[in-house]
Design a binder for this molecule. Structure first.
Ligand SMILES: Nc1ncnc2c1ncn2[C@@H]1O[C@H](COP(=O)(O)OP(=O)(O)OP(=O)(O)O)[C@@H](O)[C@H]1O
Ligand SMILES: [Mg+2]
Length: 609
């Protein structure tokens, strides 16, 4: 329940609808009890037991309420119908119909208003989750599987939405229906109603027993749902490899294992849940059995209860069965909702380790340079960078080269503050990047990632991501600098062509040039380029390289290069090995020293790499 309570705050903006729901539920419960009570005069007319009352009765206090009501109704009926029995019957039937009509109208209105609350909560929880998901650092997702997050934002939130209905049914509607119904039952016969009270707690105990293990089962089901979505997500993402390596059956097996587990868990969950209503109903009918015995005795032998009253009474008793069943179902709903709430709150309450200081500054200019001072960093246990120092003065291009895994992309991750360093500091114009807002830091930096990340949208939208409200001309100009304009014009719809999921309708080189165009459009003072490792054909490589050079011109750049030809003109080349700088200098200087760099260049010219 605790988790669910926390989710309740999402209902606050919609409390108006909640109150309206409560209001109409009260009316519903009232009319639902009255509609059964109205059967009494109808039955009386049918059995020819209706008293003719010609004088309006007087009210003599609560004790004789039953008689007063009966007399009053009979008085009205008598006045309306005189001696015509069919007319009397028509009147009481009309009464019953009207009461039932109102009961159902109020029922609908209650449901109508609660819908806004439920769907509003669904919407707001999803929005809050999405914001959190985008805000959380990349490291969060190295540990969590994406499918799990997707399951939380989709099915867990739905579960919450469902539980909100349950909770209102639980606290307002069904208890009220029971209270009103029992009140009417009391008015009809106090003695008989006391019997009912003996049975209610017993039934409640049995039902709550069944609910106990429900949360555990529901947890398992939801977790498996996440697993299942993860597999699905990975399968779709890696379909090309799965097919190429004939790994379909392997993945199918993993998937089947997951669905088999889901089958097992949800069977036991549903079966337990399904137990609720038959058990509830049977317990109810047991109570009715007892009532029939005692009530029957009162009618037949003691003559303390009229037959029509008894029939209406049994209707009422049956009328509390449904809410009783609903309450037990709602209890389970809330239990399930609670476990979903726990999973949602786990995401919502995750603290972002890459936090912003409350007095974080906004920096819009870039004047002197970027510096990494004694930086040490580890993703997990092993240091990737140790005591790393690098200075990138404004206007210069610094290139990072080195073998795979030496920590080049890591540097890009740190300067953009995707990860926080463990020791040392990173400064921009002597200001620690931790003192800046993340937005203003990232506004200063353009990033071309190692693997081109594109979205399932048009060329225009993909480039336009770089700048809010960019005009078509600006987008085209950026594409021209990135050498992308020509191939874009050849696409079926030009800039409005959809490039497919992750841009998979484009070639590798085309994707790279689009992501370069995106960074060019942003036009930031600092550019970080993580050159793609994938080999391109010579023509495409020349185009990409040319695009990179144009982009670096007159800009401060950190270039992570695999093709050494890209960086011959760099002001400084830094050679990394296992997170440490082993050499640095210009292309010519490094060639002279005949060290690691020269070796790399020789190997590339010989075509070894
Ligand atoms: N998210 C991560 N979690 C844990 N370890 C990581 C993560 N990303 C990278 N590493 C590790 O950090 C080291 C440096 O990785 P990095 O991506 O910086 O290499 P790189 O120099 O860019 O290599 P490449 O030339 O292949 O792109 C590697 O040993 C890698 O295993
Ligand atoms: Mg890399």
């Amino acid at each position: 329940m605790d988790y669910f309570k926390k989710i309740l705050r999402f209902a606050i903006p919609y409390r108006r609808y909640g109150l309206l729901n409560v209001f109409f539920n009260i009316l519903y419960a009232l009319f639902s009890a009255l509609s059964f009570a109205a059967l009494i005069p109808m039955l009386d007319v049918l059995f020819d037991k209706a008293k003719k009352v010609y004088v309006a009765p007087t009210y003599n206090g609560f004790g004789s309420l039953k008689n007063y009501l009966q007399d009053y109704l009979n008085f009205k009926v008598t006045a309306f119908s005189g001696n015509d029995e069919m007319k009397g019957l028509l009147l009481v039937i009309g009464l019953v119909l009207i009461l039932f009509l109102f009961k159902n109208i109020f029922n609908y209105l209650a449901m109508y208003f609660i819908t806004f609350l439920r769907n509003g909560v669904l919407k707001d929880v999803r929005n809050a989750m999405y914001q959190k998901i985008v805000d959380l650092p990349l490291s969060y997702y190295s540990e969590k599987r994406k499918g799990d997050v997707i399951a939380r934002i989709s099915s867990d939130v739905l579960e919450i939405q469902y539980s909100f209905l349950s909770i209102l049914e639980l606290i307002v509607r069904e208890p009220l229906t029971i209270i009103f119904t029992i009140s009417v039952m009391f008015i009809i016969s106090v003695k008989l109603t006391l019997f009912v009270f003996i049975f209610i707690p017993i039934a409640g105990m049995i039902i709550s027993r069944i609910g106990k293990s429900l949360k555990k089962n529901s947890d398992k089901v939801q977790k498996e749902q996440g697993e299942f979505l993860s597999i699905l997500e990975e399968t779709l993402g890696g379909l090309r490899v799965i097919k190429a390596f004939n790994a379909e059956s392997k993945f199918y097996n993993t998937f089947q294992n997951s669905t088999a587990r889901f089958f097992k868990f949800s069977n036991s969950l549903l079966n337990r849940q399904n137990l609720a209503s038959p058990v509830g109903e049977f317990l109810g009918i047991l109570v009715i059995g007892v009532l029939l015995w005692f009530g029957g005795k009162m009618v037949l032998i003691d003559k303390t209860l009229g037959a029509s009253e008894f029939i209406a009474y049994m209707g009422l008793a049956y009328n509390i069965l449904t809410p009783a069943k609903q309450i037990s179902k709602a209890l389970y709903g809330v239990k399930k909702g609670n476990s979903a709430a726990e999973r949602i709150l786990e995401v919502l309450e995750t603290k972002n380790p890459i936090s912003e200081k409350h007095d974080a500054r906004i920096k819009t200019d870039f004047t002197s340079g970027i510096e990494l001072k004694n930086v040490s960093f580890k993703y997990e246990d092993e240091y990737v960078l140790q005591n790393f120092n690098l200075y990138v003065p404004k206007g210069q291009t610094v290139a990072l080269v080195g073998q795979s895994g030496s920590g080049k992309s890591t540097i890009a991750n740190l300067v953009t503050r995707f990860y926080d360093i463990n020791e040392g500091e990173i400064t921009i114009d002597e200001t620690n990047i931790k003192d800046l807002t993340k937005k203003s830091l990232r506004d200063l930096i353009g990033l071309v990632t190692q693997d081109s990340i594109l979205f399932n949208d048009t060329v225009k939208k993909n480039i336009g991501l770089g700048k809010d409200g960019a005009s078509d001309e600006e987008i085209e100009a950026a594409a021209k600098i990135a050498n992308a304009h020509d191939f874009i014009m050849e696409l079926p719809m030009g800039y409005d062509t959809n490039i497919g999921d992750s841009g998979n309708k484009l070639s590798g080189g085309q994707k790279q040039r689009l992501s370069i165009a995106r960074a060019v459009l942003k036009n930031p003072p600092v550019m970080i380029m993580d050159e793609a490792t994938s080999a391109l054909d010579t023509e495409s490589e020349r185009l990409v390289q040319d695009a990179l050079e144009k982009m670096m011109r007159n800009r401060t750049s950190i270039v992570i290069a695999h093709r050494l030809s890209t960086i011959q003109n760099a002001d400084k080349i830094v050679v990394l090995q296992k997170g440490k700088i082993v050499e640095q200098g210009s292309h010519l200087e490094l060639l002279k020293t005949s060290g690691v760099y020269k070796n790399l260049v020789d190997m590339q010219t010989l075509g070894v790499i």
